[in-house]
Design a protein around this ligand. Structure first.
Ligand code: ZEM
Length: 286
């Protein structure tokens, strides 16, 4: 137990659970980043529904969305942190988990604010199907991310998260990692996207992805159709080129857009207090 509001204590415990020698590439970090993203990425600006507040993924309607397959691993990794710091809300914990994991994996510091509640407001629940489908192209990417209020530049910056982690056949049907060192945050994803020769491959399960095989590497690298759509689209491409060249600019832009992602649907006053949720109905407020 820690004092309510001691988020540094929570961060410390997140940092110390990242090392998981038996899991994937030895780190819980990438799947924590995906949890933060999927908990936020259901937002629809027009109807002001979805988003990280409410931690709806705890329930079948959202948690059982096939797009969220595998994210129970991330929630299980974080459970001891929740048991120890009972005052922290799941919605704060899941977003902070992503932020702290990125920092620990060598990425930028991302602004994070507390105050989300775990009260599920039925009028804000997102329908399934709000998250992107990796098998599609640029039109689909824009449809999904414009709905949240992101620009083309922000879409490309956010996509740089694919420096981390991997695809699992039993979760998404895709297979493999984008880079050779997928537990280290960097701009390698953009550099490899531009420099390698990507070949289309149909996996045994019928799923189509792009691969690059290098004799010196341990395993084939991969790109989703949506990843390579960034390179063939005239408005996305200049940002891929910039981020491949300029690591610092990528870190700076990524930090800004990830901070925006985890604030979707949340309105705050000047002191940072959330103004558009019912404080009576749960959640901790400092
Ligand atoms: Zn992802 N992502 N993503 N993504 N993603 C996967 C894995 C990870 C898309 C997508 O279909 C997939 C963003 C955008 C988009 C991460 C972060 C972010 C996987 C593999 C797929 C299929 C899942 C599996 O099998 O386990 C699509 C289509 C996207 C946009 C067009 C954004 C934005 C992200 C964060 C800012 C991360 C970290 C992973 C690795 C997860 C892991 O378990 O290793």
């Amino acid at each position: 137990m820690s004092n309510p509001g001691d988020y540094d204590a929570v961060r410390k415990d997140i940092a110390s659970l990242l090392k998981q020698p038996e899991y994937d590439d030895g780190s819980a970090g990438p799947v924590l980043v995906r949890l933060a993203w999927h908990s936020s990425g259901t937002y629809d600006a027009e109807t002001d529904t979805g988003g990280s507040n409410g931690a709806g993924m705890r329930y079948e309607a959202e948690g059982g969305d096939p797009a969220n397959a595998g994210l129970q691993h991330a929630r299980v990794f974080l459970e001891p942190v929740k048991s120890k710091h009972t005052w922290v809300t799941y919605s704060d914990l899941w977003t902070l988990g992503g932020v702290e994991a990125i920092k620990q994996m060598g990425g930028p510091e991302i602004e994070w604010k507390a105050g989300r509640t775990d009260f599920v407001d039925d009028s804000k629940l997102p329908p399934r199907g709000r998250l992107p489908d990796g098998a599609q192209g640029a039109d689909h990417i824009r449809f999904i991310f414009y709905r949240m209020g992101f620009s083309d530049q922000e879409i490309v910056a956010l996509s740089g998260a694919h420096n981390l982690g991997r695809c699992h056949s039993d979760r998404s049907g895709f297979h493999g990692a984008w880079v050779n060192n997928p537990t280290r945050f960097s701009n390698t994803y953009f550099r490899l996207m531009m420099s390698l020769n990507w070949k289309e491959k149909t996996l045994d399960n019928g799923v189509r992805q792009f691969v690059h095989y290098d004799e010196d590497a341990d395993e084939e690298l991969m790109m989703l159709p949506t990843d390579l759509a960034l390179l063939s689209d005239p408005s996305f491409k200049p940002w891929v080129e910039l981020y491949a060249k300029d690591r610092d600019r990528f870190f700076e832009d990524f930090a800004k857009v990830f901070a925006k992602l985890i604030e979707l649907g949340i309105e705050r006053d000047e002191k940072g207090g959330i103004t558009n949720i019912d404080n009576e109905k749960g959640g901790y407020h400092s």
